[in-house]
Ligand binder design. Structure first.
Ligand code: BG6
Length: 467
């Protein structure tokens, strides 16, 4: 662990992400002893709060979560400070800079600085600029050894052009090793397990290609609807909110080539290759759906065309996967919560399967990311009986921690990686660019297209074979 004192500045510290994810994850890191002895959390947001009021807010956010160390909450909350300011106002950054300098003087060190942007994307541009103009992007005023890192949440841009413009600005003002573009799905332990599964077992590589795999399905279904996020969500939609990032990263881990080493440069390059090879499948389905009660959600216009569900058929234009359909599907109010990747293997030309099973007698490999992470395999086996009957067997092993280790939250893992300077689980600018490039034709087509309306739990286009 790096023992240099650390200051974590959370822009948007009173918002949903900070309250639901960041504070609980930081508390867990605190309890696990993964934060340096000397650390501070500085909340920065528009509300005129005192530090005491901010600490009460952090405490109530933590109380809303189950956590294992209630006795540590008071010590953790006491590390929180607050600075009120406007993300777009240069003067606010002067105030912040002076506050941080005073903190550093009190600690007697140039602390490492982590700036976490938990703010709506429209503030990215002014935030990048103001951080740079105020000198905050380069560390301590007057020099010092501490690093400065910037954490940017998705959605990174709203299409290829806005993402490229943001990226140009970011790369002008910050060095790549300072930038951590978050997709929290990459911090999910069960997702990281895919690389271990693929590259630590010799039996899968020979069949991991177009010759054996009939179809790849990647899906994130959620039973929840807006939960009060209508104002943000309506300008974004499910394709940008979940598709451009989480779904494509899930696919990248399934489809990528062996990186050779679990190391940021190699892994990021391999993921980017998958994004670069993605194409919409010619004549493939493109379904845009919206749940029936969406237009009555708070802050959603009554004539909104925003999709809350999509299904896209794509393929990968490379020698391993050319021709294998890739189904990408995600929706809210889907009647269930399920994130999974399913590989359907091709049928063998003849088997001893009974006629009534023809069409279904495929092997299938499923990585369930949530709920209950597990890896499952559908096999066919002889039914213990007098005759030669074949029946389905589904074997599954859960992905659960063993020993004293507990399952960590994605944000806990990612925050730790940022502090340690490990960019493996963070997006490169290439990944961001290729993913938008792939989606542009759909975004353009869907701009004006009416969605198919579906009732809660009754999705408009389920790939029938997958169940
Ligand atoms: C977020 C999206 O990135 O991911 C949400 O903004 C979505 O709309 C969420 O619900 C899903 O993440 P998880 O970890 O709850 O599956």
């Amino acid at each position: 662990m790096n023992h240099t004192p650390l200051t974590l500045v959370i822009f948007g510290a009173t918002g949903d992400l900070a309250r639901r994810k960041l504070f609980p994850a930081l508390l867990d890191l605190h309890c696990a002893g993964h934060l340096p002895a000397e650390y501070r959390i500085v909340g920065f947001a528009k509300s005129a709060l005192s530090t005491e009021a901010f600490r009460r807010m952090v405490r109530s956010a933590l109380d809303a979560h189950s956590h294992t160390h209630p006795e540590e909450v008071a010590a953790f909350v006491a590390r929180a400070e607050y600075v009120a300011g406007d993300f777009t106002d240069p003067k606010s950054y002067g105030t912040l800079s002076a506050f941080l300098a005073a903190q550093d003087r009190a600690v007697g060190a140039c602390t490492n600085k982590l700036f976490y942007l938990a703010v709506p994307p429209r503030f990215y541009d002014p935030l990048f600029q103001n951080l740079a103009d105020s000198g905050l992007s380069v560390g301590c005023v007057g020099g010092g050894a501490g690093w400065t890192r910037l954490v940017v949440e998705k959605p990174f841009g709203e299409d290829l052009h806005t993402a490229q413009a943001l990226e140009r600005k970011l790369s002008l003002l910050f060095k790549e090793e300072q930038i951590f573009r978050i997709d929290h799905y990459l911090g999910k332990s069960a997702l990281e397990n895919i690389l271990a599964f693929r590259f630590a077992n010799s039996i899968f590589e020979p069949i991991w290609n177009r010759n054996y795999v009939a179809r790849i399905e990647v899906r994130i279904l959620e039973s929840r609807g807006m939960d009060g996020r209508g104002a943000f969500y309506d300008g974004v939609g499910q394709l940008r909110d979940v598709g451009q990032n989480h779904l494509l990263q899930m696919l990248a881990l399934i489809a990528m080539e062996d990186p050779g080493a679990y190391e940021a440069g190699a892994v990021r390059a391999r993921r980017a290759e998958v994004m670069a090879a993605l194409r919409l499948r010619k004549g493939g389905r493109r379904v845009k759906g919206q749940y029936a009660s969406y237009r009555t959600e708070d802050h959603v216009p009554c004539d909104s065309n925003t999709e809350t569900y999509f299904l896209l058929e794509a393929e990968l234009d490379n020698s391993r996967w050319r021709g294998t359909p890739v189904v990408l599907e995600s929706g809210k109010k889907a009647g269930q919560t399920l994130s999974e990747i399913v590989l359907h293997f091709k049928e063998i030309p003849s088997c001893m399967c009974p006629e009534n099973l023809s069409g279904a007698r495929r092997n299938l490999l499923r990585f369930r990311i949530q709920p209950d992470p597990a890896t499952g395999l559908r096999l066919w086996a002889r039914k213990p009986s007098y005759g030669m009957e074949i029946e389905e067997r589904y074997v599954e092993f859960p992905f659960v921690p063993t020993g004293r280790y507990r399952m960590h939250d994605a944000y806990e893992k990612l925050l730790l990686d940022i502090i340690e300077g490990n960019q493996t689980l963070f997006l490169s600018s290439k990944e961001v660019e290729y993913s938008w490039r792939f989606l542009m034709p759909v975004l353009e087509q869907w701009q004006k297209e009416e969605p198919v309306i579906y009732e809660d739990g009754n999705l408009p286009a389920f790939p029938a074979q997958s169940r």
